[in-house]
Design a protein around this ligand. Structure first.
Ligand code: IPE
Ligand code: IPE
Ligand code: MG
Length: 248
């Protein structure tokens, strides 16, 4: 059940800011969007890429500090080689086309996930985009590529285990902060709001640790139909929610 949206600028329970600092989105439904129109899946992914542009703009305009987008999961390798090639082709195209826009809009690109799997050519382009936007400060756009949350947590645990085995830290030093510091999201503000489009109600191995106290929103809209207004509406619904963090 959704509470009525709070009036604009309403203070949260602690009287603090009600705008989320960090929003993440599971951008789902591209394939169904295309199928509904009798189009190939790639057409849905193209339309989905346009939704990314709109959402990035909406996030920047609404003062969100970090927007994290699930673009390719570590399980998406199960798809056909044709679809994977289409997706990587689109990534390449948009990276080139949008780099100037990222700089114009003050967007800093950051990547999570093991994107080395996409091959040296795309990796070089991705690294270049990260470098070329490193000084921007209006919005951080985190793109999850070949990302899987369980692998991320496992890797963080492995790094700590290695340090303990080497006698660099005591087992007692393995605490939540130490583990979080080993995650790829290290240094980003806490995740406040996690949105998934397309009507599916699951996390699909995305930000499992980070979402511990995030507000979750599952929308029926398919990702290519997601608009700036949908983003603004989600922020309003977020502002109306009471986050208790286990308190009362
Ligand atoms: C999300 O849309 C994009 C990726 C996972 C890359 P889908 O391709 O999963 O679309 P549906 O879920 O099949 O409609
Ligand atoms: C999650 O969507 C991954 C991305 C949006 C990149 P999927 O379409 O892959 O998730 P499942 O298979 O429905 O869980
Ligand atoms: Mg899907």
């Amino acid at each position: 059940m959704t509470a009525a949206p709070a009036p604009e600028g309403a203070a949260g329970p602690a009287g603090g800011r009600t705008a989320p600092r960090h929003v993440a989105i599971i951008m789902d439904g591209n394939g169904r969007w295309a199928t509904k129109r009798g189009l190939p899946r790639i057409a849905g992914h193209k339309a989905g890429a346009e939704a990314v542009r709109r959402t990035m703009q909406a996030a920047a305009d609404n003062g969100v500090e970090v927007l994290t987008l699930y673009a390719f999961s570590s399980e998406n390798w199960k798809r056909s080689s044709d679809e994977i090639a289409d997706l990587t082709g689109l990534m390449r195209f948009y990276l080139e086309r949008e780099l100037a826009t990222l700089n114009k809009e003050g967007v800093k690109l950051r990547l999570i996930g093991d994107y080395s799997a996409f091959g040296p050519e795309l990796v070089a382009r991705l690294d270049r985009a990260v470098e070329h936007t490193a000084k921007n400060g209006r919005l951080t756009l985190v793109v999850a590529l070949n990302y899987g949350s369980r692998a991320e947590i496992t890797e963080a645990a492995r790094k700590l285990a290695t340090k303990v085995a080497a006698g660099e830290i005591a087992p007692q030093a393995v605490d939540e902060d130490a583990l979080a510091a080993g995650l790829q999201t290290n240094g980003l503000p806490e995740l406040d709001l996690l949105i998934r489009t397309s009507g599916e109600v699951r996390l699909s191995n995305f930000l499992l640790w980070q979402a511990a106290y995030a507000e979750l929103m599952f929308l029926d809209k398919l990702w290519p139909d997601f608009s700036e207004q949908d983003f603004a509406d989600a922020l309003e619904r977020f502002a109306a929610r009471e986050r208790r963090f286990g308190g009362r």
